[in-house]
Write a protein that binds this ligand. Sequence first.
Ligand SMILES: [Zn+2]
Length: 159
Amino acid sequence: MTFDDNTPLKIPAELQNLLEERGIREDDIRQVLCVTENARQFHTHMATGHRLAYFAPSRVTYWVEYAPEEDGYRIIRAYSHRMRLLHGYNMASKKPPTDTGWLCSACELPLVTATVKLAYLDETFAVDLPACPACQRVLVSEEQAVSKMAMAERMLEDK
Ligand SMILES: [Zn+2]
C-alpha cells in the first residue's frame, strides 16, 4: 500500500486534544507517514506490530506511532522535539544490552542500545538510545521526548 494524501488516518478524539496542545497538526503526521511508509523507514514493535517513525522536515522532529489497518492507519501517539538527532555518529554503548522489543523494518534487525549524538543550539550531547545496528536510525520514546528532551531544550534556551 502506498501512502498518499488520500490515505485515511484515524486519530482518536482523546488524542486530538493532546496533539493540539503539542502543536502537532494532521498535516505533520501525514508528512511523516508519507516519507517513512513509502521508504519503509520505520521501527516495528515485535509484540504489537505498531510502527514508529520520525521525520524532521524543519527544525522540529516529529514522531508518530501508528497501526496499519486494512482501510488506513490508526494513530496511537505523536510527539515532537527540537533537539536534532545527528545521524551516523552512533557508538557502541557501554551499558549491557537490553531487549528493546523494536525491530528496524528497513534492515530487519532488532534495535540495540547505542550511544547516540544529539544537538541543540550550540551544544552536542551523547545519550544512550535504542538504534539500528546497521542503518543507525534511532528510537526516541514519547517519555524521552516530552520530559527529558523538553527539559534539556528549555535549560539550553535559558542559558
Ligand atoms: Zn536499520
